[in-house]
Design a protein around this ligand. Structure first.
Ligand SMILES: C[S@@+](CC[C@H](N)C(=O)[O-])C[C@H]1O[C@@H](n2cnc3c(N)ncnc32)[C@H](O)[C@@H]1O
Length: 228
């Protein structure tokens, strides 16, 4: 599986994705996971937020509306069309077309530092995610933390064996406008925790937001701080 094919898939689906988010077409987001992510960030009363893999930028906009302590908010995504959409929807916020690969490559240079780096349903790879988690502390202030919301392994596993590895993608549950799904790397809960340990990160807090209709976890949220 190459990073390029994941990027290509998001180029193809940028418009469909923006529409799905604007129309609140993903029920679990509307009912649970959006608010869970915003509240997790808000409880730290951060002054600065960097949202990477930001898509069309809903999280930056929601954070700006609901977290008064924030004075710096920036969204980054690899896909030009998504960053353009974010700029159109919220020209007053800061946006940058930047990939995880760019962040990894730039980690040793001087750069802006943030109190919170958020990643919402935007980690799909194996090695790239490993390298990203090693690089991100370089973008954090001293008291900073990384907040990741991702698919809950229990729910995302489906009928396959509960073991980490690449899985075929699909757009089941999405509109027919979505094409060319990309593969993604499934991690068990133990695989996530072991990845954090190997990256020099401490799992400070973890939540499993529950879907009100199914009573099952809609996602998992990890709060990570660099080991000092
Ligand atoms: C499921 S969408 C989530 C977008 C947004 N975080 C949200 O919650 O709506 C996944 C996002 O990850 C971005 N992405 C995927 N690979 C990336 C990479 N290598 N660098 C930066 N962004 C990437 C995609 O462009 C897409 O916007």
């Amino acid at each position: 599986m190459s990073s390029a094919s994941i990027i290509e898939s998001w180029v193809t689906n940028a418009t469909a994705w923006s529409q799905a988010i604007q129309q609140e077409a993903i029920e679990s987001r509307k009912l649970v996971t959006n608010q869970a992510m915003v509240m997790t960030i808000a409880k730290h009363q951060p002054k600065s937020l960097l949202d990477i893999g930001c898509g069309e930028g809903w999280l930056c906009r929601a954070a700006q509306k609901t977290i008064p302590s924030l004075s710096t908010i920036k969204g980054m995504d690899a896909i030009e069309a998504l960053v353009d959409q974010a700029k159109t929807l919220s020209p007053h916020l800061a946006w940058e077309q930047k990939s995880y690969q760019d962040l990894i490559a730039g980690a040793s240079h001087n750069q802006e530092l943030y109190q919170i780096i958020s990643i919402n349903f935007a980690l799909f790879e194996k090695e790239l995610v490993e390298l990203l988690l090693l690089a991100l502390p370089n973008y954090l202030l001293e008291n900073g933390r990384i907040i990741i919301q991702t698919l809950h392994p229990l729910m995302a596993c489906g009928d396959a064996a509960y073991e980490e590895g690449w899985r075929e993608g699909n757009w089941i549950g999405f509109s027919t406008a979505f094409k060319d799904p990309h593969s993604w790397y499934f991690r068990t809960m133990a695989a996530w925790v072991n990845l954090f340990c190997a990256s020099g990160l401490i799992l400070d807090q973890m939540q499993e937001p529950i879907h009100p209709k199914t009573g099952k976890p809609a996602s998992v949220i990890f709060e990570l701080v660099p080991r000092s």
